[in-house]
Design a protein around this ligand. Structure first.
Ligand SMILES: *[C@@H]1O[C@H](CO)[C@@H](O)[C@H](O)[C@H]1NC(C)=O
Ligand SMILES: *[C@@H]1O[C@H](CO)[C@@H](O)[C@H](O)[C@H]1NC(C)=O
Ligand SMILES: *[C@@H]1O[C@H](CO)[C@@H](O)[C@H](O)[C@H]1NC(C)=O
Length: 145
């Protein structure tokens, strides 16, 4: 009886491991620019890197709204590579070079992220690591397959 139940547990654990078999770096944007990793997945979750408003290795022009839109598109491709989508984001953190850009960032963010909105933190940071106005990171659930 005891042996059988241990065996059943092992099968259950193996089954879980298969359901969550999307573990490792997500590198899609590496084809656009020399990113170390667009994100990392483990246990049914994907954590994106702090995603910048880059397209094909260059920061896009057009101010905070265009930069926010480009970031969300970049996050979307990372999430899609990980087997999920914007709809499954649990949490976003938005880093702004200038908190005065909050309303304009929010206008684009509200339009692009599906309802229900993920939890979010938004803050102004003293400096971002490049010549851009905003950086966003996301944590998303990867649905079972
Ligand atoms: C799990 O990942 C490994 C390594 O990438 C792969 O060989 C295997 O086919 C995957 N299994 C499933 C069920 O997706
Ligand atoms: C991206 O950059 C590469 C190399 O500079 C270029 O060959 C390619 O056409 C660019 N892609 C797009 C979509 O602009
Ligand atoms: C906005 O960004 C896109 C790339 O996502 C770029 O093609 C376009 O020129 C930018 N718009 C402006 C007004 O700079």
């Amino acid at each position: 009886m005891k042996l059988i139940s241990i065996f059943a547990t092992c099968l259950a654990v193996a089954g879980t491991a298969c359901a969550y078999n999307a573990t490792g770096p997500v590198t899609y944007l590496g084809s656009q620019s020399k990113l170390l990793s667009g994100g990392a997945t483990a246990q049914g979750l994907v954590y994106t890197s702090g995603t910048t408003p880059s397209f094909n290795g260059s920061i896009v022009e057009g101010g905070i709204k265009n930069q926010t839109a480009q970031i969300i598109k970049n996050i979307e491709v990372v999430l899609e590579e990980a087997g999920t989508s914007l709809a499954n984001i649990l949490k976003c953190t938005v880093f702004l070079a200038d908190i005065e850009d909050y309303a304009a960032m929010n206008e684009v963010y509200q339009k692009m992220l599906p309802y229900p909105k993920p939890a979010r933190t938004a803050l102004q940071v003293a400096k971002l690591p490049g010549d851009f106005l905003v950086e966003i990171e996301a944590i998303a659930a990867i649905p079972y397959y």
